[in-house]
Design a binder for this molecule. Structure first.
Ligand SMILES: [Zn+2]
Length: 358
């Protein structure tokens, strides 16, 4: 396991306004508030769970947001919502989400080209660098939860893989991906029949695992479609990242949908428990410092009595902000987490031992 920064700053400076245009925020926030209210009305159907990473029941109350309770696992420090919406409540939430409809209609069209250039292109370069570094072929890429298909369609255009497929259970999103030439399986990965998808060389799931009621099922489902020796690439928020650590429930990473906020150690543990060999964990995030800077500028976080944060994130922001963000990214301190793992080759499934696939 090592820390890398490639893909972190290669695409130049990224700003929040480019990926979520300010003039559209009010409409999006109103839609999201109605989603949250609908979820609050179903609190009686919420389910108490143990830690989604290590299974431990012992936890401390971390904080509340929108009236929902987040625990911190005593063992692995994963932050997780408990009680959390049952799987049925979660499915209804996404099916009827006004926030998602608003994104589909307004925010994605307005921001897709920026997202594509500044987020998905560096992500693809990063995935391809992993293929080279870990000697994995570029036969089939399978993306889990492709959204509107920006990443998968980019992989097709760049001929990065011989085949690009996606697993997307939401009908409107599946259709959007098909229109862009992606082969789509319209179901959850854990519901795929054995052999329904030819074995993938690389499975990527960006910003998916934090949403799931039982994340281990995603990983065991992926294991069934990944070929032995193939790569698993995950990204998700880091519950121990800078903006979560500073802002707590005020961080954008903490919301009704992110019921699992893993950290580098706990996500590694979960992935290993599900039978993978973890190759690398890194936090190539680019926005933590800006998030906190913006919150301070808006007067929503008081840095009185915190002269260091005030100096770096406000008084000397122009001089220090970018380098400070790079420091966070380089030391697993950013809130944007990546994990790369390999499915062990046949006959070599013992943990920690692995023969390189040629
Ligand atoms: Zn735990």
């Amino acid at each position: 396991m090592a820390t890398v920064t490639e893909g972190g700053n290669t695409a130049g400076r990224l700003s929040e306004n480019e990926i979520r245009p300010a003039e559209l925020l009010a409409g999006q926030e109103a839609a999201f508030a109605r989603d949250v209210a609908r979820l609050q009305h179903r609190f009686a159907e919420f389910v108490t769970v143990s830690c989604p990473a290590c299974g431990a029941a012992g936890s401390e109350q971390a904080f509340e947001k929108y009236g929902f309770s987040f625990k911190s696992c005593n063992g692995c420090k994963t932050l997780y919502m408990s009680p959390r919406p049952s799987e049925e409540v979660m499915a209804d939430y996404y099916r009827n989400s006004e926030n998602y409809a608003y994104w589909a209609e307004h925010i994605f069209p307005a921001s897709e080209s920026a997202r594509r250039e500044k987020i998905h292109k560096p992500w693809l370069a990063r995935v391809l660098a992993y293929c080279d570094r870990f000697q994995v072929g570029r036969g089939t890429l399978l993306e889990i939860g492709p959204g509107f298909g920006t990443f998968s369609s980019l992989a097709i255009e760049q001929r990065a893989f011989a085949r690009v497929m996606a697993v997307e259970p939401t009908p409107e999103l599946a259709e959007a991906c098909r229109r862009r030439g992606v082969v789509v399986f319209e179901k959850r990965v854990e519901d795929l029949a054995e052999g329904e998808i030819a074995e993938a060389d690389v499975v990527a799931a960006f910003e998916v695992i934090e949403h799931l009621f039982e994340p281990s099922r995603l990983l065991t489902g992926i294991s069934r479609v990944l070929r032995p020796g193939g790569l698993l690439v995950l990204s998700c928020p880091n519950g121990q990242g800078f903006d979560v650590a500073v802002l707590g429930p005020g961080s954008k990473a903490v919301d009704t949908e992110h019921v699992n906020l893993f950290n580098p150690t706990s996500l590694s543990l979960l992935v290993r428990t599900c039978g993978f060999e973890v190759l690398e964990v890194s936090t190539p995030g680019r926005l933590d410092a800006e998030f906190v800077h913006d919150v301070i500028v808006r007067g929503e976080y008081d840095v009185t009595g915190q002269p260091f944060l005030r100096r770096v994130l406000l008084d000397e922001w122009e001089r220090l902000g970018s380098d400070f963000q790079q420091f966070l990214a380089d030391h697993q301190l950013s809130s944007h987490l990546w994990l790369v793992a390999r499915k062990p080759a046949e006959g070599n499934r013992s943990r920690g031992k692995f023969t390189k696939v040629k």
